[in-house]
Design a protein around this ligand. Structure first.
Ligand SMILES: [Zn+2]
Length: 397
């Protein structure tokens, strides 16, 4: 998703805000309808039926009718897609939920057929067509990807507008060097490569973090509904948005770098959706170690691991392999012994059998690179013809 800063005029902003409100209203209507549905009942209304209901709602509510039908219909289409993702067992997406004013502000536009609704007006500015708002300027901060089919306009909590062109990055040619790399998602570091490289997703600087903490304290003391509270929230939202921007940028650059350097990329098959969902458990089966797990989940989500893997797959289709994560962190990459005591600490691995020592995440990444679906006995679950196995680039320590 390449995102650009949108610069609507005040009059256009009013139109965009209405679009956001309508899209949210329609989305929440769909959520409500599905909320009444239980297994065993007649199916919840599908997209077509909802469109008919939308026409009816537009006839009843002038404020809805005054808005763009394109925007409202698209919200229903997005919802249908979100439901499909939710029912797809291979997709970690959760059930589509309520959208709140001020938090989820956005709508999607689908380009009009062959005519693409973006144009460049100067070296630094472009324009994008939005129904009822006309041509809206945006900052041409990089090339707009060709082949985008739709775009999403959003307003973040800091009140900034963005337009993002939905385009799946095209495949990057493999280097053809026969090299494989393993990537382990870490918590302390964002990703460790089997080459020994440790990659850190950018976070807020120490100064920014101090400022964030101070703002959060101020917010806790500020009176509800006061101007000061509003200003502080705004400042917090801006800091958070800055961090998110940096992470997304980092994922794009990092994934491109990796797929250019290696023919084969192996990652742990972590079902992030399941991991983050399961920590709390249910009432009958309360989760164990809820707090450490919750912290780990924050780390995984925070380090943008899911997005990184998705981007690797987009850019290197057919070159990304998912490896079962069992014991990759307890297995010695030098001798193959599996022993949980070898994991000396979060960062250090020291084999209890052969004495091999190294960065724990790198050790795991080497196991992943080797494609070992390791069993508890330390055996190799996979057998591959040796001559077809891409060779491993080991840390040059
Ligand atoms: Zn060992």
């Amino acid at each position: 998703m390449s995102r650009y800063r949108l610069l609507p005029t005040p009059a256009q902003q009013a139109v965009l805000r209405d679009h956001c409100a309508h899209a949210r209203y329609v989305w929440n209507l769909a959520v409500e309808q599905h909320g009444h549905w239980h297994p065993g009942r007649k199916g919840a209304p599908g997209y077509r039926e909802q469109c008919a209901q939308l026409t009816q709602a537009r006839a009843e509510y002038p404020w809805l009718a005054a808005g763009s039908q394109t925007v409202q219909q698209q919200a229903l289409r997005d919802f249908a897609q979100a439901m499909a993702a939710f029912f797809d067992p291979g997709n970690p997406a959760g059930r589509p939920s309520w959208r709140k004013a001020g938090r989820h502000e956005g709508f999607r536009i689908v380009g009009r057929g062959s005519q693409w609704d973006v144009r460049r007006v100067s070296r630094k500015a472009g324009q994008v067509w939005v129904p009822k708002a006309g041509w809206v300027r945006f900052r041409w901060s990089r090339t707009v990807p060709p082949g985008a089919k739709s775009y999403r306009v959003t307003m973040d909590r800091a009140g900034r507008w963005h337009v993002a062109f939905a385009v799946i990055p095209g495949p990057v040619p493999a280097p053809g060097n026969g090299q494989a790399v393993g990537i382990d998602r870490g918590v302390a570091v964002s990703a460790a490569l089997s080459t020994g490289e440790l990659l850190h997703a950018p976070a807020l600087s120490a100064r920014e973090r101090t400022r964030l903490r101070r703002l959060q304290r101020t917010l806790a003391r500020a009176k509800r509904g006061s101007n000061r509270r509003g200003r502080v929230r705004h400042a917090i939202a801006r800091l958070r948005a800055r961090e998110t921007d940096r992470r997304k940028d980092w994922v794009e650059k990092t994934s491109t770098g990796i797929v250019r350097r290696f023919d084969l990329i192996r990652v742990e098959d972590l079902q992030i959706g399941n991991m983050t969902r399961s920590a709390r458990g249910t009432r009958d089966h309360p989760g164990r170690n809820v707090r450490p797990k919750a912290a780990l989940n924050r780390g995984i989500l925070g380090s943008g691991w899911g997005l990184l893997v998705r981007r690797l797959e987009d850019k290197a289709p057919g070159r990304v392999e998912k490896i079962k994560p069992h014991y990759t962190s307890q297995r010695c990459s030098a001798c193959g012994q599996v022993d949980r005591d070898s994991r000396e600490s979060q960062a250090v691995f020291r084999c209890t059998a052969c004495g091999f020592a190294g960065h724990a995440d790198v050790n795991a990444a080497i196991n992943i690179a080797a494609g070992h679906a390791v069993t508890a006995r330390g055996g190799d679950g996979v057998t591959r013809p040796v001559n077809r196995e891409p060779h491993l680039l080991l840390p040059s320590a």
